[in-house]
Design a protein around this ligand. Structure first.
Ligand code: AHM
Ligand code: MG
Length: 343
């Protein structure tokens, strides 16, 4: 066989497996000349916890860790065993790293002081979102936001360190445990997605510089509650039907959001008569996804305000959320405005 043939055969055999998350994070760190590497380490800590949680989720049916834990969280919602496991894993990874001085978690009432006052960063996290889907083998996710603390390094944690508007995020991301497991994140320079290669135990860059389509054909909302929605949202849904758009609702925010990011669409969780601020939490659900969607060219609103500009008042506050393709979110805002004028 000629050496030319050998060459082409070799290149077919040794196909590139691509860029690992670690290498990508490192290459981005070099873009910031004064970066000390702590944010990079923090992102790596999150990725490690995500791998462990991914393993637990995959074996949940076998390891007796599916089902209810037997306690309520601060929201009065029943905790699943995997909610608790994910909370432990992420809290431990973020605490051990030493870059994080405080954590707020959907599963814990108060601010978690990591006992690392030298840590520069604060993390807000929903360790396992989509609890109702855990037991039925449907996609679930993790959502996180990273802030720089405002009090001096080394001092005690204050409420101001954690109650920061979404504009102050230095990084945000989500992990989707789905038909494949993905980690998607931004540090304010676009959005990149990484797919987990189980056999190698690594995340690889698979979705570079994600851009959400300007508009789309998908609307995602729990229509079972529509009798309780404001007339503006009922009118918006009616026009989605008139336009014969597709309804797609998994009931896991990360999964619904991710699909809409790639295909174009809108996710809505409006206020209802029962829950005037909707269901979703500002600090560890809405703000992170708002940062990501804006970085991808989309929009996030509570109907009137940009999510990122809302000043949080408490750790677990809720907010109505309209998020996705920019022109679709603009349209919803138009309906809200029109109805408030005529109210
Ligand atoms: P959780 O944090 O308790 O899992 O609740 C958040 C979830 C979202 O993932 C999902 O979009 C929404 O709640 C579904 O709520 P509903 O069942 O009211 O449609
Ligand atoms: Mg949640």
């Amino acid at each position: 066989m000629s050496s030319d043939n050998n060459q082409s055969d070799k290149s077919k055999l040794g196909y590139s497996v691509g860029t690992t998350l670690d290498r990508f994070i490192k290459s981005k760190q070099d873009d910031f000349p004064f970066a000390s590497g702590e944010l990079s380490q923090l992102l790596r800590d999150i990725a490690l916890a995500a791998k462990i949680v991914n393993r637990e989720i995959n074996r949940a049916g076998l390891a007796n860790i599916a089902g209810a834990f037997g306690q309520m969280n601060v929201q009065g919602e029943e905790q699943q065993k995997l909610d608790v496991i994910a909370d432990i894993r992420f809290t431990r990874a973020l605490t051990k790293g030493g870059e994080v001085c405080a954590i707020i978690s959907e599963e814990v009432d108060e601010i978690i002081d990591t006992g690392k006052p030298e840590g520069k960063y604060v993390v807000a996290i929903d360790p396992l979102d989509g609890s109702s889907n855990i037991d039925v083998n449907i996609s679930i996710g993790t959502i996180f936001s990273v802030y720089r603390r405002v009090s001096p390094i080394g001092s005690a944690i204050t409420k101001e360190d954690v109650l920061q508007s979404g504009l102050k995020q230095v990084a945000a991301g989500y992990v989707l445990y789905g038909s494949s497991t993905m980690l998607v994140y931004t540090t304010g320079n676009g959005v990149n997605g990484f797919t987990y290669e189980q056999s190698l135990g690594e995340f690889f860059l698979s979705h570079q510089n994600i851009r959400i389509p300007e508009t789309g054909k998908i609307y995602s909302i729990n229509e079972g509650s529509s009798n309780h929605f404001e007339p503006s949202i009922q009118a918006y849904i009616k026009q989605c039907k008139d336009k014969e758009m597709s309804a797609r609702y998994i009931g896991s925010l990360v999964a619904d959001f991710h699909r809409n990011m790639l295909k174009g669409g809108i996710y809505l969780y409006p206020s209802t008569k029962k829950d005037p601020n909707g269901k979703l939490r500002l600090m560890y659900e809405a703000q992170a996804l708002a940062f990501i969607v804006e970085q991808a060219g989309g929009k996030a609103s509570d109907g009137q305000r940009r999510i990122l500009e809302i000043e949080p008042e408490n750790l677990h506050q809720r907010v109505p959320l309209y998020i996705g393709s920019k022109s679709m979110v603009n349209e919803v805002e138009g309906y809200v405005k029109e109805h408030s004028v005529h109210a």
